[in-house]
Design a protein around this ligand. Sequence first.
Ligand code: BES
Ligand code: MN
Ligand code: ZN
Length: 491
Amino acid sequence: MELRVTNTPILQWSGDGLAIGLFEDAVELTGDLAALDEKLFGTLAELIAEAEFKGKEGNTASSRVGSGSPIRKIILVGLGKQESLKLDGIRRAAGALAKAAKKERCKTLGVSLPLWNGEPATTAQAIAEGIELALYQDNRFKSEPEDKGPQIEQVSLLGFGGQDAAIARARQVCSGVILARELVAAPANIVTPITLAETAETIAREFGLGLEVLEREDCEKLGMGAFLGVAQASDLPPKFIHLTYKPDGIPRRKLAIIGKGLTFDSGGLNIKGAGSGIEMMKTDMGGAGAALGAAKAIAQLKPDVEVHFITAATENMISGHAMHPGDILTASNGKTIEINNTDAEGRLTLADALVFAEKLGVDAIVDLATLTGACVIALGDDIAGLWSTDDAIANQLLQAAELAGEKLWRMPMEEKYFEGMKSLVADMKNTGPRSGGSITAALFLKQFVKETAWAHLDIAGPVWADKENGYNNAGATGYGVRTLVHWVLNS
Ligand code: BES
Ligand code: MN
Ligand code: ZN
């Protein structure tokens, strides 16, 4: 699909479909729209009346225009109230109109959406992202593609002439989001620690990033007993993946992004039971997917920031080699951990990744992890939890997430709850009581960061969507990539 920008006025545009965004309580036709309605023999007014179109956010209405018209289909999309328009509202409207246009079998489409916050570049980028992400279809594992109908071939953003660079940025960001979606959606017999490392290698080769993959022996030498304890029951080799983006010239900042990379989480000997969602545990590398997706996007966007992308990739399996509940592991910072539950494995892999990242001497570390079911209980399926010891980073991430259209909510780092993690025999246990489970998980991670500004995102909820929503189709969302990109570029 070709995405282009043009200053062709809406009245002069011709093609298969024309999609127009309308605000709630402002659907009356004035100015250009009145002229357009006249030109289209009253189709606009008729459609608004017949569909009882009120401009509610996300609503669409479509109609055929009489023959002889320069436009075959007219599509209306609701934007909600003008005063509450957010950047992601534009992105979602673009996604909704793209899906409607596809259903209406438009091959060429003109899009007329309003400017957000007086920022043409930001707006054009969001529109392009919404369209591109909404039209993405994953047919990799179908013997025949599901969407056999005509595809949209060309989309023109009307009124955004000159914003070609914004479209290029949108495509780069989306390539990262789509990589994350594809990694998360692929099952554990396709995406393994080995293939994750291969994906990192492909990104490194294609975009000129540095890559270091530590094998089991390398991790042993570094004393990564926590990560290796999780990996020891798998028949697949663990891979500790470290991708580095370095800008030309002196970097403004050095950052590390860590993603939990459990390509499958069976729970280990504390095996996940029926009804635990074990069949969804291919998504337990959603943090790694976001990190690699962000790497792909950032490598193309080329900010003046050095970024390290790290994932300690493995499976959490059972076998005669499996760690026993009660085992004591020593992490690479020397701290000892009593494993009272082998299913709290993500934090063990992250512990060694955090120690590794801090040794790089970065200014800040962010980790993303499908870490706890407790976070899903607290915040539901759509919102990720944010924990941080550093208010500046926390606020940067909240702002980045807002622009990215990825819901994020700051949670408390309640130190007192760490008492629940006390062990009689080791420095700490790996799980505390059931209550506050996502908070104790964050407090556990904190033990492995000494002084670097750090934030933790628990993305167990939004990594996957059961239903389609705006530009997210049902399935893997690619959550985190856009937030990370905004964070790296703007803070
Ligand atoms: N990968 C899971 C967390 C998870 C649960 C992600 C549901 C997505 C959906 C994690 O490794 C896990 O098993 N966590 C346990 C921790 C518990 C043993 C303290 C959990 O949340 O039940
Ligand atoms: Mn687990
Ligand atoms: Zn897990």
